[in-house]
Design a protein around this ligand. Sequence first.
Ligand code: SF4
Length: 399
Amino acid sequence: MSGTPIEDLTPDYSILEQTDYKYPVHDAYFGYASRGCIRKCSFCGVPKLEGDQREVQPLSAMIKNVDALYGVKKDLILMDNNVVASSRFKDIIAEIRDLGFTRDAKLKRGKVPVQRRVDFNQGVDARILCKDPVYLKELSTICIKPLRIAFDHLGLRKQYEQAVRMAHGFELTELSNYMLYNFHDSPEDLYERMWLNVNLNEELGIRIWSFPMRYQPTNLKDRSYVGEKWKRYQLRSMQLILQATHGIVSGSPNFFRRAFGNTAEEFKSLLLRPHHFIFNREWFEKLDGRTQLEEFQALFVKMTPSQKAELLESLSLCQPREIKKLDASTRDIQIKNILRFYIPPIKEEEAEIWTRQKQKKKSAPAVPDDERVEDAGLQEELGFPSLPANAIEAGGVLA
Ligand code: SF4
């Protein structure tokens, strides 16, 4: 391998102007304090793409070059995969402080000083954080916001919870995390992890936002992978719920219960709802669609677990436009009866629902744009009518 490693090049900010898309994180330095990772998690592409952890040149050089070419930036976005595993961790944090990103640092660039922000946007490793308070003590000396701690499976629960409690002890209260799903986990597992955050938020008075990330193997060209404990229909349902929430799971108990249900069982039932019921949730739960939802629920609660499993399997094997044909493939009268609810509404009906829902007040996303996670798959085609451009802003699905 020859040439300058990409992490040692000065970022070219002009590429941000070459697209119509306005990148929310533009007033920031982008860099790495380390590359690679010490671990080899089987779901992760980093071990294959970057290999073992290695150190890179100090951040100061990159920042000096950006200042000279593009002017001083407010925030520092670091894309390290596992910075707490670096043998230079303490030096890295000291350098970040020296660069002007101390705990409450503000940038005086115009008349009004603005709060600065450091974001290790790939998350930090709970298994290391919980071993020694020194890691979080060090992180609490810089203006980190949010502190992102990965919570990829329930096996990490103890370490994750301990790391969150330790962070709270150092007054780090703006937290966020990635939650892998569709790997070896099940819907119940994902629900339990999300629910733990709600409990921690309530108990500690902190704010944890979660970003569920759907697992896809790195060697698969499309996003068609379905984990062994998930079904395709459930993945589409999950995506519809997340589209409505901008991909964010709020740790607010009321919001969470409404979006994901009061129990893991309710969450699973929600994942098995007709997709237009999820897509137009406000309509079916609070507005004119309520009678239809009640009729559906009356049939649904009478179904046995095996009937629900058969229904889920059938729905997972077909596209929405093919649902009508499912009637012929089952002899079960209860499944036949409930199938009619799964047939998508005609376009005119859908348009009417949207017109009515749009009249509701707009809801702003709860997490600032530059702290949100971009999930390439979130807005992908679902074989279901795509969300109108203003759908989320209209707050129509989960106001
Ligand atoms: S610790 Fe994180 S970056 Fe490292 S291999 Fe595991 S998932 Fe990937």
